[in-house]
Design a binder for this molecule. Sequence first.
Ligand code: HEC
Ligand code: HEC
Length: 213
Amino acid sequence: MRMTLTRTLVASITTLLVAAFALPVAAADGRGEQLFELCAQCHGSAAEGNQMTLAPAIAGLDEWYVEAQLNYFRNGARGLHPGDTGGMRMYPMSIWLSTDEDVKAVAGYVASLPRANPTPVLEGGDAAKGSAFYLVCATCHGQEGGGDPEKNSPPLRGANDWYLLSSLEKYKAKIRGGSPLNPNAVVMQGTVNILPDAQAMRDVVAHIMTLSE
Ligand code: HEC
Ligand code: HEC
């Protein structure tokens, strides 16, 4: 009995020591990739997105944007609204990233992946009508949807169309973007009102999908 306990203790201590020594090496090399193993469960192994889990394509998003959004989840500015099914799944994952260094490491890894350009799945959007609305969006997100760090605006091309639509719906319903901790999202919440109805949202998303081609 006592013997087994001692062995178990020795084994645990050895494991702890190995882990402690392994950490700095991992931080210098491959820490982001290692952390990403959890993210891949929902976002896919190439971060290409998976509608089943509501997790969008995040591959190749700008590093500043991934880091900022992870921190908005971590501080509760995003993902705590009871109507935000997807956000509430992501919130606990952000908390799992316990240090700023880990947030930076995983954001760097995600940003290094090639943009996913997933296949459109939505129907009924009119890209030509959407392009008229997009003239306004372009002032922040860029003519070709490449985003603009100066305006804290993320890239939109290369995203899942279902995620773009659900995000627009959430800004409109004030499910995403109400927190004073993220003034950029407050701006987007106001801007979404240039899209008068559900059809206009589908139309502008259909136009954005032509930018990904
Ligand atoms: C349990 C499933 C799940 C896991 C695991 C997960 N996510 Fe997410 N993530 C989501 C969902 C769902 C959303 C969409 C939230 C929404 O609709 O607003 C999301 C959104 C995001 C966004 C915001 C994308 C954008 O365009 O604004 C980022 C960045 C992100 N996740 C990064 C990560 C990282 C990094 C990890 C690993 C540490 C991770 N996620 C793990 C489900 C998950
Ligand atoms: C005044 C600048 C501005 C304009 C105009 C604007 N946006 Fe945004 N948009 C932003 C910012 C800043 C964010 C990031 C907000 C956040 O942190 O939630 C954003 C976020 C988004 C997102 C979420 C992206 C993601 O990865 O989660 C979508 C979708 C979006 N905008 C679409 C649009 C569309 C469509 C239009 C035109 C109808 C538009 N935006 C007009 C600044 C703008």
